[in-house]
Design a protein around this ligand. Structure first.
Ligand SMILES: Cc1cc2nc3c(=O)[nH]c(=O)nc-3n(C[C@H](O)[C@H](O)[C@H](O)COP(=O)(O)OP(=O)(O)OC[C@H]3O[C@@H](n4cnc5c(N)ncnc54)[C@H](O)[C@@H]3O)c2cc1C
Length: 416
């Protein structure tokens, strides 16, 4: 049924031409989605070629998790993804759950350990993970055409699909789009998927930065700079979404997992409501007779790191600052509530985000209704597949984006 497998030969790229290795499957993009698709297809005996503009494979994967690669999450499920078609990821996630990826890691001689929130980090780090995957692909017979820019793609009845690159044309009967999103261009993010979609008459939803830090201006920026480097656990809410995780003050505004997470939902002009002490209830503490003789500012400041407590107290409006200087037993209910709100419902309206330049992912992408959620094959162009971030599927922070790359890559690799 499948073409005979070509044994791995490290010298092949130098000694054989592209024509000698006419691929049955051409994968555009050697990121995590493209690599897993290639490995799966090659292990089925198919001749696979990957094309990538970069000189090295999977630059985002190599940088993932700050170099430690938060490579999957034990809590994976469709509700963890943003998509105009929220059920689309469900089948692939079911067919390729985290344990499948962890088994693959084991076969590659690697392992992963769980940290908080089900997040699994590769024990050996992101670069060994990428090298092991690339090595497995090469061993399975995949051919890599690196440093090669894809410029255009068209369906061609004579050969299936024709791909124009800066180093000449390529063609194959099966084509996989795994070119990712425009997020983080310094690591290879491009808008190629949306540009190529036009040539294939495919609908593409506009890309928006996701998982990106917030920028602030004015007094808030001054405060962020003063507190730069300070991190704490916080709960951030915006537009009906909530994220409880680390918050980090930076020289530009707010970052850390909770801020990155909520940025995917934020819209310009919206306020973030931040609970700076989600583990406590300041109103209850102020009412507690045990604190009756304590100054309110002492109780408030005890809930957050000292630098932040000082900064919050200094920024209180004069009448609330006066209340903070009184003993808890002397405060009215309204004053207690207002003081509690200053720490549990701190309102910050960012001026914007750092955008695509620092986005770990992008929402938007190829409209998923054009693709099978089982095989990732295009409904209108048989033989064409799309996987990973090229599709309109963006995960939450915590290993979900890489898991989407693995799951979609695996399912397409089984089907090409
Ligand atoms: C700094 C950073 C840290 C991250 N950390 C994590 C993490 O810890 N956990 C997690 O789950 N997710 C993380 N992510 C997100 C995750 O890396 C991406 O979701 C994932 O890489 C998407 O995989 P992909 O294969 O679909 O696309 P990509 O990884 O973007 O791969 C696409 C490939 O296509 C190539 N390409 C693009 N345009 C062209 C063209 N015109 N011609 C030829 N080649 C082209 C690119 O060079 C690239 O190699 C992180 C992202 C960043 C930026």
């Amino acid at each position: 049924m499948f073409a005979p497998r070509i044994p791995y030969n490290p010298a092949m790229p130098q000694t054989k031409t592209y024509a000698d290795f006419k691929p049955q499957v051409l994968i555009l993009g050697a990121g995590p989605a493209g690599l897993l698709c290639a490995l799966t297809a090659a292990q089925r005996g198919l001749r696979v070629t990957l094309v990538d503009a970069s000189e090295i494979t999977a630059r985002k994967l190599r940088a993932s998790g700050g170099g430690r690669s938060n490579c999957t999450n034990l809590d994976v499920g469709p509700e963890r993804y943003l998509s105009a078609n929220p059920r689309f990821p469900a089948q692939a996630l079911k067919r390729y759950p985290p344990r499948e990826f962890l088994t693959l890691l084991g076969r590659l001689g690697l392992s992963a350990s769980e940290e908080d929130h089900g997040r699994m980090f590769c024990d050996q780090g992101a670069t060994p993970l990428t090298d092991a995957l690339e090595g497995a692909c090469r061993k399975a017979g995949c051919r890599f055409l690196l440093n090669r820019q894809v410029e255009a793609v068209a369906a061609d009845p004579a050969c299936g699909f024709r791909v124009e690159t800066d180093k000449g044309p390529l063609d194959a009967p099966r084509l996989v789009l795994a070119l990712g999103s425009p997020a983080w261009p310094a690591l290879g993010g491009t808008d190629s998927t949306s540009r190529l979609a036009g040539g294939l008459s495919l609908a593409h939803l506009p890309a928006r930065p996701a998982l990106t830090p917030f920028a602030c201006t004015g007094a808030m920026l001054a405060l962020c700079r003063e507190l730069s480097g300070l991190g704490l656990a916080a709960r951030i809410s915006c537009l009906g979404k909530t994220s409880t995780d680390g918050l980090l003050f930076t020289h530009q505004g707010l970052s850390g997992p909770a801020a990155l997470q909520i940025s995917s939902h934020w819209r310009k002009g919206e306020a973030l409501v931040i609970d700076l002490a989600p583990q406590a209830d300041l109103r209850l503490l102020l009412r507690d007779p045990a604190h009756g003789r304590h100054l309110a500012r002492t109780v408030l400041a005890g809930l957050v790191p000292r630098r932040l407590g000082d900064a919050l107290l200094a920024a209180l409006p004069p009448e609330l600052a006066a209340a903070a200087d009184r003993r808890c037993a002397e405060l009215s209910k309204a004053q207690m509530q207002a003081l509690a709100d200053s720490i549990h419902a701190w309102r910050v309206t960012p001026s914007g985000t750092l955008g695509m330049s620092r986005a770990e992912a992008a929402s938007g992408g190829l409209d998923t209704s054009q693709f099978s959620p089982k095989t990732f094959e295009c409904r209108t162009l048989p033989g064409l597949f799309a996987i990973g971030e090229a599709l309109d599927v963006a995960g939450e922070l915590g290993g979900y984006n890489l898991h989407w790359a693995w799951a979609s890559g695996f399912c397409a690799g089984q089907a090409v």
